[in-house]
Ligand binder design. Structure first.
Ligand SMILES: Cc1ncc(COP(=O)(O)O)c(C=O)c1O
Length: 495
Protein backbone atom coordinates (compact mmCIF):
# COMPACT_ATOMS: atom_id res chain seq x y z
CA UNK A 1 0.00 0.00 0.00
CA UNK A 2 1.19 3.50 -0.76
CA UNK A 3 1.35 5.20 2.67
CA UNK A 4 2.81 8.50 1.49
CA UNK A 5 -0.43 10.38 2.31
CA UNK A 6 -0.23 9.31 5.95
CA UNK A 7 2.00 10.81 8.65
CA UNK A 8 5.31 8.97 8.63
CA UNK A 9 4.71 7.83 12.22
CA UNK A 10 1.10 6.72 11.61
CA UNK A 11 2.15 3.13 12.33
CA UNK A 12 5.40 1.62 13.53
CA UNK A 13 6.75 -0.14 10.47
CA UNK A 14 7.40 -3.84 11.21
CA UNK A 15 10.69 -3.52 9.36
CA UNK A 16 11.65 -0.66 11.66
CA UNK A 17 12.38 1.70 8.77
CA UNK A 18 10.50 4.63 10.37
CA UNK A 19 11.92 4.03 13.84
CA UNK A 20 13.76 7.36 13.72
CA UNK A 21 10.42 9.19 13.20
CA UNK A 22 8.46 7.24 15.81
CA UNK A 23 11.05 7.31 18.59
CA UNK A 24 10.80 11.08 19.27
CA UNK A 25 7.00 10.87 19.37
CA UNK A 26 7.05 8.05 21.90
CA UNK A 27 9.85 9.84 23.77
CA UNK A 28 7.75 13.01 24.04
CA UNK A 29 4.67 11.05 25.12
CA UNK A 30 6.72 9.32 27.80
CA UNK A 31 8.11 12.65 28.94
CA UNK A 32 4.60 14.06 29.10
CA UNK A 33 3.47 11.11 31.23
CA UNK A 34 6.49 11.52 33.50
CA UNK A 35 6.14 15.31 33.74
CA UNK A 36 2.51 14.80 34.66
CA UNK A 37 3.12 12.06 37.20
CA UNK A 38 6.07 13.78 38.87
CA UNK A 39 4.27 17.12 39.17
CA UNK A 40 0.83 15.89 40.22
CA UNK A 41 1.07 17.83 43.51
CA UNK A 42 1.10 21.09 41.53
CA UNK A 43 -2.51 20.60 40.46
CA UNK A 44 -5.67 20.67 42.51
CA UNK A 45 -6.84 17.07 43.13
CA UNK A 46 -9.93 17.87 41.08
CA UNK A 47 -10.15 20.68 38.51
CA UNK A 48 -12.76 23.24 39.44
CA UNK A 49 -13.08 24.58 35.86
CA UNK A 50 -12.83 23.02 32.44
CA UNK A 51 -11.01 24.68 29.50
CA UNK A 52 -12.70 24.53 26.09
CA UNK A 53 -12.27 21.15 24.43
CA UNK A 54 -9.92 20.85 21.47
CA UNK A 55 -11.66 20.49 18.11
CA UNK A 56 -13.48 17.18 17.89
CA UNK A 57 -14.75 17.39 14.32
CA UNK A 58 -12.91 15.04 11.98
CA UNK A 59 -10.10 16.95 10.22
CA UNK A 60 -9.74 16.44 6.49
CA UNK A 61 -6.00 16.40 6.87
CA UNK A 62 -4.46 14.94 10.04
CA UNK A 63 -3.05 17.37 12.61
CA UNK A 64 0.66 17.74 13.39
CA UNK A 65 1.97 15.67 16.27
CA UNK A 66 3.13 18.72 18.22
CA UNK A 67 -0.38 20.16 18.15
CA UNK A 68 -1.83 16.87 19.39
CA UNK A 69 0.72 16.66 22.17
CA UNK A 70 -0.19 20.20 23.23
CA UNK A 71 -3.88 19.22 23.30
CA UNK A 72 -2.96 16.18 25.35
CA UNK A 73 -1.22 18.36 27.89
CA UNK A 74 -4.35 20.52 28.23
CA UNK A 75 -6.65 17.52 28.56
CA UNK A 76 -4.43 15.89 31.16
CA UNK A 77 -4.24 19.09 33.19
CA UNK A 78 -8.05 19.34 33.17
CA UNK A 79 -8.40 15.75 34.45
CA UNK A 80 -8.98 14.40 37.92
CA UNK A 81 -5.68 13.82 39.68
CA UNK A 82 -5.87 10.72 41.85
CA UNK A 83 -2.08 10.84 42.21
CA UNK A 84 -2.42 14.00 44.32
CA UNK A 85 -1.99 13.06 48.02
CA UNK A 86 -4.98 15.30 48.80
CA UNK A 87 -7.19 13.24 46.50
CA UNK A 88 -8.89 11.11 49.13
CA UNK A 89 -12.45 11.13 47.83
CA UNK A 90 -12.91 7.93 45.86
CA UNK A 91 -11.54 4.43 45.39
CA UNK A 92 -9.11 5.70 42.74
CA UNK A 93 -5.40 5.99 43.27
CA UNK A 94 -2.27 6.67 41.35
CA UNK A 95 -1.33 3.56 39.35
CA UNK A 96 1.66 1.32 39.97
CA UNK A 97 4.53 2.18 37.65
CA UNK A 98 4.24 -1.33 36.24
CA UNK A 99 0.67 -0.50 35.17
CA UNK A 100 2.08 2.05 32.74
CA UNK A 101 4.67 -0.42 31.51
CA UNK A 102 2.04 -3.15 31.13
CA UNK A 103 -0.46 -0.96 29.28
CA UNK A 104 2.16 0.42 26.92
CA UNK A 105 3.37 -3.06 26.06
CA UNK A 106 -0.19 -4.41 25.81
CA UNK A 107 -0.95 -1.75 23.22
CA UNK A 108 2.28 -2.48 21.37
CA UNK A 109 1.50 -6.21 21.15
CA UNK A 110 -2.26 -5.67 20.75
CA UNK A 111 -3.28 -9.25 21.44
CA UNK A 112 -6.87 -10.26 21.99
CA UNK A 113 -8.00 -12.11 25.11
CA UNK A 114 -10.93 -13.49 23.16
CA UNK A 115 -9.04 -16.63 22.23
CA UNK A 116 -5.89 -18.53 23.08
CA UNK A 117 -4.81 -18.37 19.46
CA UNK A 118 -5.00 -14.57 19.57
CA UNK A 119 -3.22 -14.23 22.95
CA UNK A 120 -1.27 -17.45 23.43
CA UNK A 121 1.02 -16.13 26.15
CA UNK A 122 -1.40 -13.73 27.85
CA UNK A 123 -4.35 -16.19 28.06
CA UNK A 124 -2.12 -18.68 29.84
CA UNK A 125 -0.67 -15.94 32.04
CA UNK A 126 -4.17 -14.78 33.02
CA UNK A 127 -5.51 -18.24 33.83
CA UNK A 128 -2.40 -19.20 35.84
CA UNK A 129 -2.23 -15.90 37.76
CA UNK A 130 -5.92 -16.00 38.67
CA UNK A 131 -5.63 -19.60 39.86
CA UNK A 132 -2.92 -18.39 42.22
CA UNK A 133 -5.08 -15.52 43.47
CA UNK A 134 -8.01 -17.91 43.97
CA UNK A 135 -5.69 -19.98 46.19
CA UNK A 136 -4.74 -16.87 48.12
CA UNK A 137 -8.45 -16.35 48.85
CA UNK A 138 -8.61 -20.01 49.95
CA UNK A 139 -11.14 -21.04 47.32
CA UNK A 140 -9.74 -24.55 46.94
CA UNK A 141 -8.06 -26.70 44.32
CA UNK A 142 -10.75 -26.44 41.61
CA UNK A 143 -10.88 -22.64 41.74
CA UNK A 144 -10.00 -20.28 38.92
CA UNK A 145 -11.16 -17.12 37.25
CA UNK A 146 -10.87 -14.53 34.55
CA UNK A 147 -10.50 -10.80 34.20
CA UNK A 148 -13.28 -8.45 33.15
CA UNK A 149 -13.46 -4.72 32.55
CA UNK A 150 -14.78 -3.70 35.95
CA UNK A 151 -16.53 -5.09 38.99
CA UNK A 152 -19.99 -4.50 37.52
CA UNK A 153 -19.26 -7.00 34.76
CA UNK A 154 -17.77 -9.46 37.26
CA UNK A 155 -20.92 -9.24 39.39
CA UNK A 156 -23.07 -9.68 36.29
CA UNK A 157 -21.29 -12.83 35.18
CA UNK A 158 -21.28 -14.19 38.75
CA UNK A 159 -25.04 -13.81 39.00
CA UNK A 160 -25.56 -15.31 35.53
CA UNK A 161 -23.56 -18.40 36.54
CA UNK A 162 -25.30 -18.60 39.93
CA UNK A 163 -28.71 -18.37 38.29
CA UNK A 164 -27.97 -20.93 35.57
CA UNK A 165 -26.36 -23.37 37.97
CA UNK A 166 -28.72 -23.17 40.94
CA UNK A 167 -31.89 -22.98 38.86
CA UNK A 168 -30.60 -25.58 36.42
CA UNK A 169 -31.24 -23.41 33.38
CA UNK A 170 -29.39 -25.12 30.60
CA UNK A 171 -29.94 -22.25 28.15
CA UNK A 172 -30.47 -19.40 30.63
CA UNK A 173 -34.13 -18.93 29.64
CA UNK A 174 -36.41 -17.95 32.50
CA UNK A 175 -39.54 -19.09 30.68
CA UNK A 176 -39.11 -22.63 32.00
CA UNK A 177 -39.49 -21.36 35.59
CA UNK A 178 -42.82 -21.18 37.37
CA UNK A 179 -41.37 -19.10 40.23
CA UNK A 180 -39.55 -15.79 40.22
CA UNK A 181 -35.82 -15.99 41.04
CA UNK A 182 -34.66 -13.56 43.74
CA UNK A 183 -31.38 -12.82 45.49
CA UNK A 184 -30.41 -11.06 48.70
CA UNK A 185 -27.86 -8.34 49.35
CA UNK A 186 -27.52 -5.70 52.02
CA UNK A 187 -28.94 -2.22 51.62
CA UNK A 188 -25.33 -1.01 51.27
CA UNK A 189 -24.43 -3.42 48.43
CA UNK A 190 -23.29 -1.99 45.11
CA UNK A 191 -25.89 -0.93 42.54
CA UNK A 192 -24.29 -3.15 39.89
CA UNK A 193 -26.33 -6.00 41.42
CA UNK A 194 -29.58 -4.31 40.38
CA UNK A 195 -28.16 -3.69 36.92
CA UNK A 196 -27.21 -7.35 36.69
CA UNK A 197 -30.65 -8.48 37.81
CA UNK A 198 -32.23 -6.18 35.23
CA UNK A 199 -29.97 -7.49 32.46
CA UNK A 200 -30.53 -11.12 33.46
CA UNK A 201 -34.26 -10.71 33.02
CA UNK A 202 -34.94 -11.00 36.75
CA UNK A 203 -35.89 -7.35 37.15
CA UNK A 204 -34.06 -5.03 39.50
CA UNK A 205 -36.71 -5.69 42.19
CA UNK A 206 -35.36 -9.24 42.34
CA UNK A 207 -32.53 -7.95 44.54
CA UNK A 208 -34.13 -8.09 47.98
CA UNK A 209 -32.44 -5.55 50.27
CA UNK A 210 -31.41 -6.90 53.65
CA UNK A 211 -31.43 -4.18 56.35
CA UNK A 212 -28.17 -3.17 57.99
CA UNK A 213 -27.40 -3.86 61.61
CA UNK A 214 -26.34 -0.92 63.79
CA UNK A 215 -22.72 -1.37 62.64
CA UNK A 216 -23.63 -1.08 58.96
CA UNK A 217 -23.34 -4.78 58.10
CA UNK A 218 -25.88 -7.03 56.45
CA UNK A 219 -28.08 -8.06 59.38
CA UNK A 220 -27.79 -11.84 59.51
CA UNK A 221 -30.64 -12.04 62.04
CA UNK A 222 -33.03 -10.72 59.39
CA UNK A 223 -31.73 -12.79 56.48
CA UNK A 224 -33.42 -16.19 57.21
CA UNK A 225 -36.78 -14.53 57.75
CA UNK A 226 -36.49 -12.63 54.45
CA UNK A 227 -35.56 -15.82 52.58
CA UNK A 228 -38.54 -17.65 54.09
CA UNK A 229 -40.91 -14.77 53.37
CA UNK A 230 -39.80 -14.79 49.73
CA UNK A 231 -40.39 -18.55 49.55
CA UNK A 232 -43.85 -18.12 51.06
CA UNK A 233 -44.65 -15.48 48.41
CA UNK A 234 -43.78 -18.08 45.77
CA UNK A 235 -40.42 -16.56 44.77
CA UNK A 236 -37.33 -18.73 44.27
CA UNK A 237 -34.28 -17.54 46.24
CA UNK A 238 -31.06 -18.59 44.49
CA UNK A 239 -28.22 -16.41 45.79
CA UNK A 240 -26.94 -14.31 48.67
CA UNK A 241 -24.40 -11.57 48.00
CA UNK A 242 -22.14 -10.41 50.83
CA UNK A 243 -19.99 -7.32 50.44
CA UNK A 244 -16.40 -7.19 51.63
CA UNK A 245 -15.71 -3.46 51.55
CA UNK A 246 -18.94 -1.53 51.01
CA UNK A 247 -18.71 1.29 48.50
CA UNK A 248 -19.57 4.13 50.85
CA UNK A 249 -18.22 3.01 54.22
CA UNK A 250 -15.75 0.21 53.39
CA UNK A 251 -17.43 -2.23 55.80
CA UNK A 252 -17.21 -6.00 55.66
CA UNK A 253 -20.34 -8.10 56.00
CA UNK A 254 -20.08 -11.10 58.36
CA UNK A 255 -18.98 -13.55 55.68
CA UNK A 256 -18.88 -16.83 57.64
CA UNK A 257 -22.40 -16.52 59.10
CA UNK A 258 -23.77 -15.51 55.68
CA UNK A 259 -22.04 -18.50 54.08
CA UNK A 260 -23.67 -20.78 56.67
CA UNK A 261 -27.11 -19.34 55.88
CA UNK A 262 -26.50 -19.79 52.15
CA UNK A 263 -25.61 -23.46 52.72
CA UNK A 264 -28.62 -24.02 54.98
CA UNK A 265 -31.00 -22.78 52.28
CA UNK A 266 -29.11 -24.28 49.32
CA UNK A 267 -28.23 -20.85 47.87
CA UNK A 268 -25.22 -19.63 45.94
CA UNK A 269 -22.83 -17.50 48.00
CA UNK A 270 -21.27 -14.61 46.08
CA UNK A 271 -18.83 -12.23 47.76
CA UNK A 272 -18.42 -8.80 46.23
CA UNK A 273 -14.88 -8.12 47.43
CA UNK A 274 -14.27 -5.57 44.66
CA UNK A 275 -12.69 -3.29 47.22
CA UNK A 276 -11.92 -5.15 50.45
CA UNK A 277 -10.47 -8.23 48.79
CA UNK A 278 -7.06 -6.54 48.98
CA UNK A 279 -6.94 -7.30 52.73
CA UNK A 280 -6.12 -10.89 51.79
CA UNK A 281 -2.52 -9.77 51.12
CA UNK A 282 -1.96 -8.88 54.79
CA UNK A 283 -1.49 -11.73 57.29
CA UNK A 284 -2.55 -9.32 60.01
CA UNK A 285 -5.72 -8.04 58.34
CA UNK A 286 -6.96 -11.06 56.40
CA UNK A 287 -8.87 -12.43 59.45
CA UNK A 288 -11.31 -9.58 58.73
CA UNK A 289 -12.26 -11.56 55.61
CA UNK A 290 -12.90 -14.81 57.55
CA UNK A 291 -15.46 -16.83 55.61
CA UNK A 292 -14.43 -15.52 52.18
CA UNK A 293 -12.95 -18.94 51.47
CA UNK A 294 -16.53 -20.30 51.47
CA UNK A 295 -17.53 -18.18 48.48
CA UNK A 296 -18.91 -19.90 45.40
CA UNK A 297 -17.90 -16.82 43.46
CA UNK A 298 -15.95 -13.69 44.23
CA UNK A 299 -15.51 -10.31 42.56
CA UNK A 300 -12.22 -8.53 43.14
CA UNK A 301 -10.99 -5.28 41.53
CA UNK A 302 -7.20 -4.86 41.45
CA UNK A 303 -7.96 -1.49 39.83
CA UNK A 304 -8.92 -0.25 43.28
CA UNK A 305 -6.76 -1.22 46.25
CA UNK A 306 -4.03 -3.02 44.29
CA UNK A 307 -3.32 0.23 42.39
CA UNK A 308 -3.46 -1.44 38.97
CA UNK A 309 -4.49 1.05 36.27
CA UNK A 310 -8.10 0.86 35.11
CA UNK A 311 -9.58 -1.37 34.11
CA UNK A 312 -8.72 -4.54 35.94
CA UNK A 313 -11.31 -6.65 37.74
CA UNK A 314 -11.85 -10.36 38.14
CA UNK A 315 -14.40 -13.02 38.78
CA UNK A 316 -13.18 -16.09 40.67
CA UNK A 317 -15.19 -19.31 40.98
CA UNK A 318 -14.71 -22.01 43.62
CA UNK A 319 -15.46 -24.58 40.89
CA UNK A 320 -13.97 -23.17 37.70
CA UNK A 321 -15.59 -25.90 35.58
CA UNK A 322 -18.85 -23.95 36.03
CA UNK A 323 -17.49 -21.32 33.63
CA UNK A 324 -17.96 -23.98 30.96
CA UNK A 325 -21.05 -25.81 32.24
CA UNK A 326 -23.10 -22.79 33.32
CA UNK A 327 -21.97 -20.01 31.01
CA UNK A 328 -19.98 -21.05 27.97
CA UNK A 329 -21.16 -20.16 24.49
CA UNK A 330 -18.73 -21.76 22.01
CA UNK A 331 -17.29 -19.52 19.32
CA UNK A 332 -17.10 -21.73 16.22
CA UNK A 333 -15.15 -19.05 14.39
CA UNK A 334 -12.32 -19.51 16.90
CA UNK A 335 -9.84 -22.32 16.81
CA UNK A 336 -10.50 -24.75 19.65
CA UNK A 337 -7.51 -25.73 21.67
CA UNK A 338 -6.42 -29.34 21.92
CA UNK A 339 -7.00 -30.97 25.34
CA UNK A 340 -4.35 -29.61 27.69
CA UNK A 341 -2.87 -31.56 30.56
CA UNK A 342 -1.25 -28.49 32.07
CA UNK A 343 -3.62 -27.31 34.87
CA UNK A 344 -2.33 -23.76 34.43
CA UNK A 345 -3.64 -23.70 30.84
CA UNK A 346 -7.12 -22.22 30.28
CA UNK A 347 -9.77 -24.88 29.62
CA UNK A 348 -10.96 -23.06 26.54
CA UNK A 349 -10.85 -19.67 24.85
CA UNK A 350 -11.45 -17.09 27.58
CA UNK A 351 -13.87 -15.19 25.35
CA UNK A 352 -16.21 -18.22 25.36
CA UNK A 353 -16.49 -18.38 29.14
CA UNK A 354 -16.33 -14.64 29.79
CA UNK A 355 -18.94 -11.97 29.25
CA UNK A 356 -16.67 -9.98 26.98
CA UNK A 357 -15.43 -11.07 23.59
CA UNK A 358 -12.51 -9.03 22.39
CA UNK A 359 -10.75 -7.89 25.52
CA UNK A 360 -7.68 -5.89 26.48
CA UNK A 361 -4.79 -7.81 28.06
CA UNK A 362 -5.19 -6.29 31.53
CA UNK A 363 -3.33 -9.29 32.88
CA UNK A 364 0.00 -7.79 31.90
CA UNK A 365 -0.20 -4.81 34.25
CA UNK A 366 -1.72 -6.98 37.01
CA UNK A 367 0.91 -9.68 36.75
CA UNK A 368 3.74 -7.11 36.53
CA UNK A 369 2.42 -5.21 39.57
CA UNK A 370 2.02 -8.36 41.67
CA UNK A 371 5.49 -9.55 40.77
CA UNK A 372 7.04 -6.14 41.29
CA UNK A 373 5.49 -5.28 44.68
CA UNK A 374 5.11 -8.83 46.01
CA UNK A 375 2.72 -9.95 48.73
CA UNK A 376 4.66 -8.04 51.35
CA UNK A 377 4.55 -4.81 49.37
CA UNK A 378 0.78 -5.04 49.07
CA UNK A 379 0.45 -6.02 52.74
CA UNK A 380 2.30 -2.86 53.67
CA UNK A 381 0.07 -0.69 51.47
CA UNK A 382 -3.23 -2.02 52.82
CA UNK A 383 -1.98 -1.98 56.40
CA UNK A 384 -0.84 1.62 56.11
CA UNK A 385 -4.19 2.68 54.58
CA UNK A 386 -6.07 1.08 57.47
CA UNK A 387 -3.71 2.65 60.01
CA UNK A 388 -4.29 6.11 58.52
CA UNK A 389 -8.07 5.64 58.56
CA UNK A 390 -7.94 4.72 62.26
CA UNK A 391 -5.72 7.70 62.92
CA UNK A 392 -8.07 10.04 61.05
CA UNK A 393 -10.98 8.59 63.03
CA UNK A 394 -9.18 9.29 66.32
CA UNK A 395 -8.18 12.83 65.30
CA UNK A 396 -11.53 13.87 63.83
CA UNK A 397 -13.45 12.49 66.77
CA UNK A 398 -12.01 15.36 68.80
CA UNK A 399 -14.31 17.70 66.82
CA UNK A 400 -17.63 17.61 68.67
CA UNK A 401 -19.71 18.69 65.62
CA UNK A 402 -18.76 15.58 63.62
CA UNK A 403 -20.79 12.39 63.56
CA UNK A 404 -19.32 9.19 62.12
CA UNK A 405 -21.29 6.67 60.09
CA UNK A 406 -19.22 3.82 61.55
CA UNK A 407 -15.81 3.08 63.00
CA UNK A 408 -13.52 2.29 60.03
CA UNK A 409 -12.98 -1.39 59.14
CA UNK A 410 -10.78 -0.74 56.11
CA UNK A 411 -9.26 2.53 54.89
CA UNK A 412 -12.55 4.41 54.45
CA UNK A 413 -13.99 6.94 56.83
CA UNK A 414 -17.45 8.42 56.48
CA UNK A 415 -18.54 11.36 58.62
CA UNK A 416 -20.62 14.53 58.56
CA UNK A 417 -20.93 17.76 60.46
CA UNK A 418 -24.14 17.91 62.48
CA UNK A 419 -23.72 20.97 64.69
CA UNK A 420 -26.45 21.58 67.25
CA UNK A 421 -26.55 25.29 66.24
CA UNK A 422 -27.91 24.45 62.78
CA UNK A 423 -31.30 22.79 62.13
CA UNK A 424 -30.95 19.20 60.85
CA UNK A 425 -32.54 20.15 57.52
CA UNK A 426 -29.53 22.41 56.84
CA UNK A 427 -26.86 19.78 57.59
CA UNK A 428 -26.62 18.33 54.07
CA UNK A 429 -25.97 21.79 52.59
CA UNK A 430 -23.37 22.51 55.29
CA UNK A 431 -21.48 19.33 54.42
CA UNK A 432 -21.58 20.23 50.73
CA UNK A 433 -20.07 23.64 51.57
CA UNK A 434 -17.37 21.98 53.67
CA UNK A 435 -16.50 19.72 50.75
CA UNK A 436 -16.12 22.69 48.39
CA UNK A 437 -14.08 24.72 50.88
CA UNK A 438 -11.71 21.82 51.61
CA UNK A 439 -10.99 21.47 47.91
CA UNK A 440 -10.60 25.18 47.22
CA UNK A 441 -8.66 26.17 50.32
CA UNK A 442 -6.73 23.03 51.23
CA UNK A 443 -6.58 21.01 48.02
CA UNK A 444 -8.14 18.13 49.88
CA UNK A 445 -10.85 16.32 47.96
CA UNK A 446 -13.44 14.31 49.89
CA UNK A 447 -16.47 12.83 48.16
CA UNK A 448 -20.05 13.55 49.24
CA UNK A 449 -22.05 10.33 48.91
CA UNK A 450 -25.65 9.80 49.93
CA UNK A 451 -25.90 7.18 52.65
CA UNK A 452 -28.94 6.31 54.74
CA UNK A 453 -30.76 9.33 53.36
CA UNK A 454 -28.08 11.89 54.24
CA UNK A 455 -25.00 13.48 52.68
CA UNK A 456 -21.67 12.38 54.18
CA UNK A 457 -18.07 13.40 53.72
CA UNK A 458 -16.06 10.35 52.73
CA UNK A 459 -12.31 9.85 52.90
CA UNK A 460 -10.63 6.90 51.14
CA UNK A 461 -7.06 6.70 52.45
CA UNK A 462 -5.62 4.86 49.50
CA UNK A 463 -2.85 6.97 48.07
CA UNK A 464 0.55 5.82 49.40
CA UNK A 465 1.69 9.46 49.47
CA UNK A 466 -1.19 10.60 51.69
CA UNK A 467 0.29 10.96 55.14
CA UNK A 468 -0.39 12.17 58.66
CA UNK A 469 0.29 15.76 57.63
CA UNK A 470 -2.82 15.66 55.39
CA UNK A 471 -4.88 14.21 58.25
CA UNK A 472 -3.66 17.04 60.50
CA UNK A 473 -4.52 19.62 57.85
CA UNK A 474 -7.95 18.05 57.36
CA UNK A 475 -8.65 18.21 61.08
CA UNK A 476 -7.46 21.81 61.41
CA UNK A 477 -9.37 22.91 58.30
CA UNK A 478 -12.61 21.28 59.41
CA UNK A 479 -12.31 22.90 62.82
CA UNK A 480 -11.71 26.30 61.24
CA UNK A 481 -14.43 25.99 58.59
CA UNK A 482 -17.06 24.80 61.06
CA UNK A 483 -16.20 27.70 63.38
CA UNK A 484 -16.51 30.15 60.46
CA UNK A 485 -19.90 28.67 59.56
CA UNK A 486 -21.01 29.11 63.17
CA UNK A 487 -19.92 32.74 63.20
CA UNK A 488 -21.53 33.42 59.84
CA UNK A 489 -24.80 31.90 61.09
CA UNK A 490 -24.64 33.92 64.30
CA UNK A 491 -24.01 37.25 62.49
CA UNK A 492 -26.81 36.51 59.99
CA UNK A 493 -29.30 35.90 62.79
CA UNK A 494 -28.23 39.17 64.50
CA UNK A 495 -28.68 41.28 61.35
C1 LIG B 1 -18.35 -3.04 46.29
C2 LIG B 1 -18.34 -2.70 44.84
N1 LIG B 1 -18.75 -3.60 43.93
C3 LIG B 1 -18.76 -3.35 42.62
C4 LIG B 1 -18.34 -2.14 42.14
C5 LIG B 1 -18.39 -1.87 40.66
O1 LIG B 1 -17.14 -1.87 40.13
P1 LIG B 1 -16.84 -1.12 38.71
O2 LIG B 1 -17.06 0.35 38.95
O3 LIG B 1 -15.44 -1.50 38.43
O4 LIG B 1 -17.80 -1.66 37.72
C6 LIG B 1 -17.88 -1.16 43.04
C7 LIG B 1 -17.43 0.15 42.55
O5 LIG B 1 -17.07 1.02 43.28
C8 LIG B 1 -17.88 -1.44 44.41
O6 LIG B 1 -17.49 -0.54 45.33
Amino acid sequence: MDLTDLPISAFIAPTGHNRAAVAPLLGQALRLALDYATQAVDHSPLPTEQPPLPATSLPEQGLPEQQLLAHLRTLITASMHPAHPGYIGHMDSLPTTMSLVGDLLSAAVNNNMLSIEMSPAFSRLEWATLRELAQLFGLGPRAGGLLLSGGSLANLEALAIARNHILDLSDGALTSLSTRPVLFASEAAHTSLQKAAMLLGLGNQAVIPVPLDTDGHLDTRRLPELIEQAQERGARPFCIVATAGTTVAGLIDPLAPIAAIARRYGLWFHVDAAYGGALVFSERLRPRLAGIEEADSLTFNPQKWLYVAKTCAMLLLRDSSLFSSAFRIPAPYMRQQPEETDPAAPPTNLGEIGLQGTRHSDILKLWLSLQHLGRRGYARLVEEGCRLASLAYARLRTLPELRFAHAPETNLLCFRAEPAWLPPAAHDALNARLQTALLEQERIFLSLPSYQGKRWLRAVLLNPYTDEEIIDRLQAALERLIAQEHQRGASQSRS
